[in-house]
Write a protein that binds this ligand. Sequence first.
Ligand code: GLU
Length: 309
Amino acid sequence: MQCRSSEELMSFVQEAKTMTQYGKVANYIPALGKAHPNDLAIAIQYPDGISFSAGDIQKRFTLQSISKVISLALVLMDRGSEYVFERVGMEPTGDPFNSIAKLETMAPSKPLNPMINAGALVVTHMLVGQSVEDRFQRLLTFTQELANDTTIGYCKDVAQSEFETAHLNRSLSYFLKQHQIIDEDVEELIDLYTKQCAIEMNTLNLARVGMIFAMDGNDPLTGKQLMSADVARICKTFMVTCGMYNASGEFAIKIGIPAKSGVSGGIMGAVPCKFGVGVFGPSLDEKGNSIAGVHLLESLSKTYHLSMF
Ligand code: GLU
């Protein structure tokens, strides 16, 4: 049984929307604080080309931490998994996404995984190219390919707003530099990272990216293999173990699909071999996940038996 109409999706949105009042929009990046807390949207992209969407689907939002999955896929393709995992680990942390704690207590002080900020900064550092512009352009082009949409760009306001306030991410980067995990100029890395996080799309774009991961790196609609099945498998595994911040265990039990969320309120899901899903709801719970978005995915998972476990 699967969802086969936008009306069906709309009833899930209406039910979940009542949850938006219990969360808060992220405002530690000032530009994100302008989001409307009651917005909620979902899109599903099937590999046969059919898609359904409901709610505030015209809204575009920045990927924030969802971009970490895309940069990881590109870096794994460019550098190979051995190189990448010499510099970033594979273990969940249980700490908040921006925590510096484990970096100091672990030896060697490489970040525990690529989904927390410290690990994501190391991954962004590994993006190949001659300059920040060049590296960002490669990442953007890859994102456009995954979404099959060349109009995707980044939000300059959000990038600038994060660049001006990313003191904690600068601290993490200086720590990593001190311990020779990275060796580039920290301002350049933060410039690249904040542009990466500010890549902007709508829920249908996000569902399409999720579908590529769900289909083991293949785009069945263009016939292109955009990443190897192995790279897609590694990314999906991280989405299960650490994609939903320190609520990843609860999400795996209640919903049971590989997913990655971001503080803008986006969630990208990849239901293996079935479909991709994109959600946007900027009102966040205390762990940083879209409060209504998670509720929506839980209803969907229960109704259509989506859990892979
Ligand atoms: N750009 C955000 C940061 O590094 C991403 C955080 C997130 O979405 O988890 O603070």
